[in-house]
Design a protein around this ligand. Structure first.
Ligand code: FE2
Length: 377
């Protein structure tokens, strides 16, 4: 079993970082019914209503609801007509992540630097204005039909972006303690992991901070390979998965089949109290993968002493792993749509900066059980 930890802290020299990123600005989903999706994320995950754009604000072909919880902002967009790029995206991929927007100081420089290095332009730098100031947005394509937007909002004081108005709602479920995007994972096709690793290195100046080969991430039946890419300050991390040969179908392959190509597999969201957050999410109907109780029999022998009682962790199905710097607690939801595609992770880091390698086997066995029930293993 070989895991290559390449420069665990992997900090690009910040003075020479050609793409300084301040973190994830927002994640935009193209969905079949944004009104209902917004209700789901508010009810189940504890987001609050923030902003809205649609026919009433002068947008004639689509509607977007913006919801927020702490530093986590989701945009849910649905098309109003049949023949357009958003409708086609939903037809091909189902409800899916379209945009991972990154906050930058200078969106023009970000676009120039990345397109000069071979990134394919999605949106040339564009200034959008309203009474609250201006925002410059630009963007490039990444794997599949997913895109990265660069958002420069230092001269803007509005709620979200120009063109959006406040969304006031009488329905305001309490928050669940979700804080910010920890990482976003992409599933890519056979032999496509390394080309996309090179894309993040060459076009965006990221570093490969961890690699897992097919022996690290395999069960009796299926396997995958993964490399974790991080930007210079570590605020933005993109693991990239590719399927690997096994006795049966890799979970990444199942995703690729149902997504009709490459796309975002999961968004990991940080919390400061995973037991509280997950207890709350479960009560609100969020479904998580079930972990066999046998996992908890010897987990503390592997990870050592932790602050939490094991009992609530085992009742909820929260996984534990440790690296040189500390430990982490994590749990994975079931897919949040009927296609076995996008799901969420909730993660609490207690020093550990890694990605739960010790949990892969238990996690993938749990995933395979679900895959088998769908008849796709
Ligand atoms: Fe993850």
């Amino acid at each position: 079993m070989e895991t290559k930890a390449i420069q665990p802290k992997s900090i690009v020299d910040i003075t020479t970082d050609f793409l300084p990123l301040q973190g994830t600005d927002y994640v935009e989903f193209y969905v079949g019914n944004a009104k209902q999706a917004a209700h789901f994320y508010k009810t189940a995950f504890g987001f609050q209503s923030l902003a809205y754009a649609g026919p009433e604000t002068g947008v004639k072909d689509k509607v977007s609801y913006v919801i927020r919880q702490n530093k986590l902002t989701f945009v849910l967009t649905t098309p109003l007509r049949t023949c357009n790029a958003i409708a086609h995206h939903i037809y091909l991929h189902g409800d899916a992540v379209k945009v991972i927007a990154l906050k930058v100081e200078d969106a023009t420089a970000a676009w120039k630097a990345t397109t000069e290095r071979g990134g394919k332009s999605y949106l040339k730098p564009k200034t959008v204005k309203d009474d609250d100031g201006e925002v410059i947005v630009s963007g490039i394509h990444t794997y599949g039909e997913t895109v990265h937007l660069f958002v420069e909002r230092k001269n803007y004081n509005g709620l979200f972006l120009p063109g959006f108005r406040e969304w006031k709602s009488d329905y305001n479920p309490a928050a669940t303690g979700l804080l910010y995007v920890d990482h976003c994972v992409g599933n890519v096709g056979w032999n496509q992991m390394n080309p996309w690793v090179r894309f993040y290195e060459e076009v965006m100046g990221f570093k490969n901070i961890l690699s897992f080969d097919d022996k690290d991430i395999s069960t009796e039946y299926s396997s995958l390979m993964s490399k974790v890419m991080s930007n210079g300050n570590g605020f933005v991390k993109f693991p990239i998965n590719e399927p690997a040969e096994g006795k049966k179908k890799s979970q990444v392959e199942e995703y690729l089949d149902f997504y009709n190509g490459e796309g975002v597999q999961h968004v990991a969201i940080a919390t400061a109290d995973i037991i509280k957050t997950v207890t709350d999410l479960k009560k609100r109907g969020v479904e998580f993968l079930k972990i066999p109780q046998s996992y908890y029999k010897d987990v503390l022998d592997r990870v050592g002493k932790i602050d939490e009682d094991l009992r609530p962790l085992s009742q909820l199905g929260i996984l534990i792993d440790r690296d040189e710097e500390g430990y982490l607690l994590q749990i994975f939801s079931k897919p949040v749509e009927d296609r076995p595609t996008l799901f969420f992770e909730v993660i609490q880091r207690k020093g550990a900066k890694s990605f739960g390698k010790g949990n892969f086997k238990a996690l993938f066995e749990a995933l395979e059980k679900e895959q088998e029930l769908r008849g796709n293993l």
